[in-house]
Design a protein around this ligand. Structure first.
Ligand SMILES: [Mn+2]
Length: 336
């Protein structure tokens, strides 16, 4: 953050504020961790609310303060009243208002000062204050820097736990390319606040229902390799979800298994969303393969260089067919 920005932020919080913290829709650990860290940071001197556009995985319920998160989808009136009174809105872990789904118009129509903290590429200019850096491992790492600049002495075990969880989740436990020496240094400093590293790992990775293990099995079994290309893909049908009592977050991380195969540079997961009438797509890649460009060009999506999302309005079968033809064309055009 430059001096000018820091001055305006410091000035903004020199008096008591009514703050709303907003993660992207279907928030992950980085988005929820960022919100909760700032919640604990601000709540002693301000009125603070967290409003999520929709539900998130109950795996994150171990994070301190998560009980206080309002879900717009479930409590519209209460949330809209909070918006009316707020004077500062943080948008966390997203770069375009559309990612706040049903909250986007409430944010854009609000008179409150908006502050974006985010690490996705090419942020939209919707916020009054934009703190964006796509080189950062996670929004949580940026929230740590933000808090350090304003008042580092307020960091406690709760704040450290929320930030550490987001960093660990977004970096795949400090192993994705976005992990820098500074990311590790932040992790190391957080451990000094008594963060329970093992407990967080257990809560994030060894905390699932048996149904999810069966779903993982069928998803891995469904993987197909495209002949002659370093690409694998798999899918989860509506029926797979019914059989295995699918809950939000259950398929998190499944797509990464495709990249465990030697020389595979791109792995893709299609999830049939019958109720929304669309196919949700997760893209993962490594090496030279920038999957965000492909996702935005062919599947109305985007995200990070190695981790992106997209959607398709075709059927699952047609989506897979289109994908095979698109990715063949894309690789022939851009790679040898
Ligand atoms: Mn993130």
């Amino acid at each position: 953050m430059d001096i000018h920005l820091l001055k305006s932020v410091t000035k903004l919080f020199s008096k008591k504020r009514k703050i709303i913290l907003i993660p992207h829709s279907s928030p992950d650990a980085d988005a929820i961790g960022s919100c909760l860290a700032l919640y604990h940071f601000f709540k002693s001197n301000n009125e603070v609310n967290i409003i999520s556009p929709n539900e998130y995985t109950d795996i994150l319920n171990f994070l301190p303060g998560s009980r206080n998160i309002l879900i717009y989808e479930n409590d519209k009136l209460i949330c809209e009243n909070v918006f009316k009174k707020s004077d500062v809105i943080f948008t966390l872990d997203f770069n375009t208002l559309g990612r706040a789904k049903n909250l986007s118009s409430l944010i854009s129509n609000s008179n409150a000062k908006t502050i974006m903290i985010d690490h996705h590429e090419n942020p939209d200019k919707y916020a009054d204050i934009t703190i964006s850096n796509s080189k950062m491992s996670s929004t949580c790492e940026m929230v740590y820097d933000f808090i350090c600049l304003i008042n580092k002495s307020k960091i406690d075990n709760k704040i450290a736990t929320c930030i550490y969880t987001g960093i660990v989740a977004d970096t795949g436990s400090f192993r994705f390319p976005s992990t820098t020496s500074k990311t590790l240094k932040v992790g190391s400093e957080l451990i000094n606040y008594g963060v329970n590293v093992t407990k967080i790992f257990e809560k994030l990775h060894n905390n699932f229902q048996f149904d999810r293990l069966k779903l993982l099995g069928s998803t891995i079994n469904n993987f197909k390799k495209i002949d002659g290309l370093p690409v694998v893909y798999t899918s989860i049908t509506d029926n797979d979800q019914k059989i295995n009592n699918f809950k939000k977050g259950d398929s998190e991380g499944f797509v990464n298994f495709g990249l465990s195969v030697t020389d595979i540079l791109c792995s893709v997961l299609f999830i049939e969303k019958k109720d929304e009438g669309l196919i949700k797509i997760s893209f993962r890649s490594r090496g030279d393969f920038k999957v965000n460009i492909f996702a935005s060009k062919y599947f109305n999506g985007g995200g990070h260089k190695y981790a992106s999302g997209g959607i398709s309005n075709l059927s699952l079968k047609e989506t897979e067919k289109k994908f095979i033809s698109d990715i063949t064309q894309y690789i022939n055009q851009n790679y040898e």
